[in-house]
Write a protein that binds this ligand. Structure first.
Ligand SMILES: [Zn+2]
Length: 294
C-alpha cells in the first residue's frame, strides 16, 4: 500500500492508518495539471497546442473540464489522480490551491474520490505568512503542496517555509518540488537539483517529499542518491519517457519502491494509455512495474 493511498483513505474514508482495505488496484497518476486553458499565458498555451495533433485527447478540454478529464483518466485505468496547483506567472497566477479544490468539487459525486489535491504556495504572491496561507489552504482541502522554487524564484529553505514543512510533517501532508530544468521562460538557474533540497528530509524525516521529474536527466544522479539515502523521499515520472527513465537510473530496480507513476497531463504525454503500456514493456518484473504504477 503506497503512502498516497494510506493518506487518501485516512482523510476521505476515515479508515485508520494501518487498517486499510486493499485496493483491487489499477494506476495512480501522481502528477496531473488542471486549470482554465484560456487563462494560461500565451506562450504556455502555444507550447501545449504545439503537439496537439499528435495527442489522443483534446488539451483544452481535458485540462479545463472534469467532464472531459474523468473519462480520459478512467479509460486508462487511473484510480486516483493527484491534481496540482501552480500559482505562478506561466498560469497568470490562476491555478491556486482554491482553484484545484474547486475543480475537484465540480466533479460528480461518484467520481469525487478520484482526485487528491496538492495546492500551490508561492511566497512571492501571498500577503499573509506562508504558515497562515497553509492553514487557509488545508481548510480548502489540499493534502499538501507542489512548490516551484526555480520557476517562481523563491528560496525553498527560508525559515518561514521550514515552519510550514514542520506543520506538514505533523499533518502527514505531501511536499512536492519541481526539480530539473524548466521549459518556463521565467525560471531561475537555482533550486533545480534535488540535492538543493537535502536539508528538508534530514530535518523532517517523517515528511513525504516528492522530487517531481526526478531531477530529469541533468540531475538524475542527485535524485537517485536521495531516493537511496532518505526513506521519505520519492520521485515522480512526470515528463520522463520510460527509455529516458532507464537511462537516468541504470540501477532502477533499487528504487522502484520510490518511483511514482506520473503523466504530467496535459503537457507530459501524447497518450496516457500508451505511456502506461510503455511501463509494462520495460525490462522490469511485473511486481516492479506494479510498484511504480500503484
Ligand atoms: Zn508538472
Amino acid at each position: 500500500m503506497s503512502f498516497i493511498k494510506e493518506i487518501y483513505n485516512y482523510v476521505t474514508k476515515n479508515i485508520k492508518l494501518g487498517e486499510m482495505k486493499m485496493y483491487t488496484g489499477k494506476v495512480i497518476d501522481f502528477h496531473v495539471h488542471v486549470g482554465n486553458f484560456s487563462m494560461l499565458r500565451n506562450d504556455i498555451q502555444d507550447l501545449l497546442m504545439l503537439k496537439n495533433a499528435s495527442r489522443d485527447f483534446d488539451v483544452q478540454k481535458v485540462f479545463s473540464e472534469p467532464a472531459h478529464l474523468i473519462p480520459y483518466l478512467e479509460a486508462a485505468g487511473i484510480e486516483i489522480a493527484v491534481l496540482l496547483g501552480e500559482d505562478g506567472p506561466g498560469t497568470n497566477y490562476h491555478i491556486t490551491s482554491q482553484f484545484v479544490c474547486e475543480f475537484r468539487n465540480r466533479t460528480p459525486d461518484e467520481h469525487k474520490d478520484m482526485f487528491v489535491c496538492l495546492g500551490s504556495l508561492n511566497p512571492n504572491k501571498i500577503t499573509s505568512t506562508p504558515l497562515e496561507k497553509y492553514h487557509f489552504d488545508i481548510e480548502s482541502g489540499v493534502l499538501g503542496y507542489k512548490l516551484y522554487p526555480s520557476e517562481h524564484n523563491f528560496d525553498p529553505l527560508s525559515d518561514a517555509l521550514l515552519e510550514v514543512y514542520s506543520e506538514m510533517e505533523k499533518n502527514r501532508h505531501i511536499l512536492m518540488f519541481h526539480t530539473g530544468e524548466s521549459a518556463q521562460v521565467d525560471s531561475v538557474d537555482k533550486w533545480q537539483s534535488p540535492a538543493d533540497f537535502k536539508m528538508i528530509p534530514e530535518k523532517f524525516p517523517n515528511l513525504t517529499v516528492v522530487l517531481a521529474h526526478g531531477g530529469k536527466k541533468k540531475y538524475a544522479d542527485e535524485a537517485f542518491d536521495m531516493l537511496i539515502k532518505y526513506p521519505n523521499v520519492y520521485m515522480d515520472t512526470g515528463f520522463i519517457t520510460t527509455s529516458m527513465l532507464s537511462e537516468m537510473y541504470p540501477d532502477i530496480s533499487k528504487v522502484v519502491d520510490k518511483i511514482l507513476f506520473a503523466s504530467d497531463l496535459p503537457g507530459g504525454v501524447s497518450s496516457l494509455i500508451k505511456y502506461i503500456q510503455n511501463f509494462r514493456e520495460m525490462s522490469l518484473s511485473e511486481d516492479e512495474v506494479s510498484k511504480i504504477l500503484y
